[in-house]
Unconditional design. Structure first.
Length: 278
């Protein structure tokens, strides 16, 4: 018995070493960025490169705040990220719930059409979406940034998969108890797929927070730009302000890191259970 346990532990050691190595490969660039935010530019571009700061400085953060209106950009990023995510939760979950739990004419055809839109590259619809937003007078507005981001075929598919994995007996029992259809959705079904909702919140907020191209297309006023757009200003044609860019990126990283730390339990569970059924 002891020998079997010993063998099992010995087998786990190489796997553990592999995972640690992979984690290190993924974390080193982030740690490098965080240390780089506290280095002067001369040390960042020096050769051979240094990992830890030899000369600790906060001037990069000062330079970052002087070069761009970082408070306004953070505000815009929050409005865009949260504003697009919250209605998206409602719209995509309701659509996914309908596809998973109801039978109606043309359901499979409509669902396939939704899935087919996932195969269309963004570059193909970029100009038509710009013209549409401009035509409706939503250019350079929060509405123009948020409304086209609400519905997502990917998240409808994920929500459908999560709802499809729940037993039919739950809604049958709820109907017997007198709950209406929306009550079944909101009070019975939604709490059971909380990990999928948390996963959607984390990935959606993170994707919108780091989106560079969409706000660049849908806004021309610098006061409407997001933090990702602001950080891009540190990269010029011939020069790059490494220190200020690293400082801005470190500031941008903090909210996403906090969100993931608090939601990681549900995030991992949601990744494991969503999209596997249906």
């Amino acid at each position: 018995m002891k020998s079997r346990r010993l063998k099992a532990r010995l087998v786990r050691i190489p796997i553990l070493i592999l995972f640690i190595a992979l984690a290190a490969v993924m974390l080193i660039p982030i740690i490098w960025l965080l240390f780089g935010a506290f280095k002067p530019d001369t040390e960042i571009i020096s050769y051979p490169p240094t990992f830890f700061p030899h000369e600790f400085t906060l001037s990069n953060f000062t330079k970052c705040m002087q070069r761009i209106d970082i408070i306004q950009y953070i505000k815009n990023s929050i409005i865009f990220s949260v504003g697009a995510t919250l209605p998206s939760l409602v719209v995509n979950s309701l659509a996914g719930y309908a596809f998973a739990r109801y039978e109606f004419k043309g359901k499979d055809v409509i669902f396939v059409i939704f899935l087919a839109t996932m195969m269309i590259p963004f570059q193909v619809i970029m100009i038509p979406e710009f013209l549409e937003i401009h035509m409706f007078g939503m250019y350079d507005t929060y509405a123009g940034l948020i409304i086209p981001k609400i519905a997502s075929a990917y998240w409808i598919f994920m929500m459908r998969s999560a709802f499809a994995g729940l037993p039919k007996e739950l809604e049958e029992a709820a109907r017997i108890d007198g709950l209406n259809e929306f009550g079944i959705y909101a009070r019975i079904m939604v709490p059971l797929i909380k990990p999928t909702f948390v996963t959607m919140i984390i990935l959606s907020v993170n994707g919108n927070w780091n989106d560079l191209l969409w706000p660049l297309i849908m806004t021309s006023d610098s006061s409407m730009r997001t933090l990702a757009n602001g950080l891009a200003m540190f990269v010029g044609v011939r020069t790059i302000e490494y220190g200020a860019a690293f400082a801005g990126a470190a500031i941008s990283l903090i909210p996403m890191l906090i969100m993931y730390i608090f939601g990681q339990k549900y995030f991992v569970e949601g990744q494991a259970t969503s999209g596997l059924k249906g």
